[in-house]
Design a protein around this ligand. Structure first.
Ligand code: PLP
Length: 393
């Protein structure tokens, strides 16, 4: 019996546990301290009433013999797949219902998709980025090359034509940097991937925060993407489903590698290892795309985006270099005074009572940077920004 050695190569992540430890220690020493948390990546507003009503109705159906549902279709109910197709159509993107696979969230799909690829693929992952891409590939036994995000490229690494990648991760808007690729930039990635036969795994978990109509919200807005990309999306951030759990993956039917259809392979993988998302949750997700649901959800998104704008403006007013915040719930700033990520964390905690996330936790290139999020309370966010500014004066 042999274990998967990949697990032994994983680096332990102490990011959020170290943050919690430091905050708790500070609170124990300073019980009077009024601490504002701008570090969380979780949503805080409740589910929209339209979503709750739809789930209640679905729960009632489950208690009646005539409307009770057992196992559902593994890729998701037709009503939700069709609603997702409609959501893409509203963005000007044409996809088919048979290309949409509903799941319990983007994190699961991002990890599970690796089942259909050979271990020997060369993987290119941006640094800094959402850590799950790196860890799932290490678990799958792959070594990783990083695409360097930095101030010079606005934390949007571009393809290097002299390097042959097989699997490429792109997260736009990016967690943690909030950077959003333009059409032209994504076109470069798509052209590169089509030329060298690479596959782009595009994480669109934060697309609903893009307010600039000139910026892409789906890789499938880009010409040629259907032959080189899979898109992952989620109800977590658009509609507060982080605890309710629902997401989906779009695999174009014409996407082939080694002569095999990736759509058919993903279908086979899901129907073998996954038994679908609860009917009640899928009805809740469907309600997101009704006119009433959309209106309520847009009000929640606007609330977060106002927070993002307040943080952005505050940083701008004191000349702190940053990305994100205009089309993303994340603001990524260069630590002032040349401080390291953790030194700035300690300084903000102890001098301003504000908690953020040290950028070093998202990759080597994150050192010297810091992430703030817009998912907090409106008044507390304003106060936190005032404190951050006051600390520098
Ligand atoms: N992708 C990115 C970039 C994320 O930041 C997150 C969660 O924070 C996820 C995916 C996970 O999404 P889900 O809740 O659908 O699993």
């Amino acid at each position: 019996m042999k274990i998967n050695q990949g697990y032994l190569r994983l680096k332990d992540s102490y990011l959020f546990s170290t943050i919690a430890k430091k905050v708790n220690a500070y609170k124990a020493e300073h019980p009077e301290a009024d601490i504002i948390r701008l570090g969380i990546g979780d949503v805080t507003l409740p589910l929209a009433p339209a979503v709750v009503d739809a789930m209640k109705k679905a729960a009632d159906e489950m208690g009646v013999k005539e409307t009770f549902r057992g196992y559902g279709p593994e890729p998701g109910y037709g009503f939700l797949r069709d609603a997702i197709v409609g959501y893409y159509a509203d963005k000007g993107v044409k996809i088919g219902a048979d290309e949409v696979y509903v799941s319990d969230g983007a994190k699961s799909d991002l990890g599970n998709i690796l089942d259909i690829f050979d271990e020997d693929n060369k993987v290119l992952i941006p640094d800094p980025v959402y850590p799950a891409y790196v860890d799932t590939n290490i678990m799958a036994g792959r070594s990783i090359d990083t695409a360097s995000g930095n101030m010079a490229n606005g934390f949007k690494p571009m393809p290097d034509p002299s390097y042959q990648a097989d699997l490429i991760y792109i997260c736009s808007p990016n967690n943690p940097t909030g950077a959003v690729y333009t059409h032209a930039e994504l076109q470069e990635w798509v052209d590169y991937a089509n030329k060298c036969g690479a596959l782009i795994l595009f994480d669109a978990a934060y697309e609903s925060f893009v307010s600039d109509p000139t910026l892409p919200r789906s890789i499938f807005e880009i010409e040629g993407a259907r032959t080189c990309a899979i898109e992952f999306n989620s109800f977590s951030k658009i509609a507060g489903f982080t605890g309710t759990r629902c997401g989906y993956t779009v695999v174009p039917v014409e996407l082939k590698r080694d002569g095999a259809s990736l759509n058919a392979m993903w279908n086979r993988r899901q129907s073998t290892k996954f038994n679908g998302v609860p009917y009640i949750v899928q009805r809740g997700a469907e309600a997101v795309f009704t006119p009433e649901g959309m209106k309520q959800i847009k009000a929640n998104l606007a609330y977060y985006m106002e927070n993002a704008r307040v943080i952005h403006q505050g940083l701008e007013s004191v000349g702190i270099w940053h990305t994100g915040g205009l089309n993303s719930p994340y603001i990524w700033l260069k630590c002032p005074l040349g401080l390291s990520s953790w030194d700035y964390f300690d300084r903000l905690l102890t001098r301003a009572g504000v908690v953020g996330t040290p950028g070093a936790g998202f990759g080597d290139n994150g050192e010297g940077f810091f992430r703030l999020t817009a998912f907090g309370d409106k008044d507390r966010t304003k106060e936190a920004v005032e404190r951050i500014i006051a600390d520098l004066k």
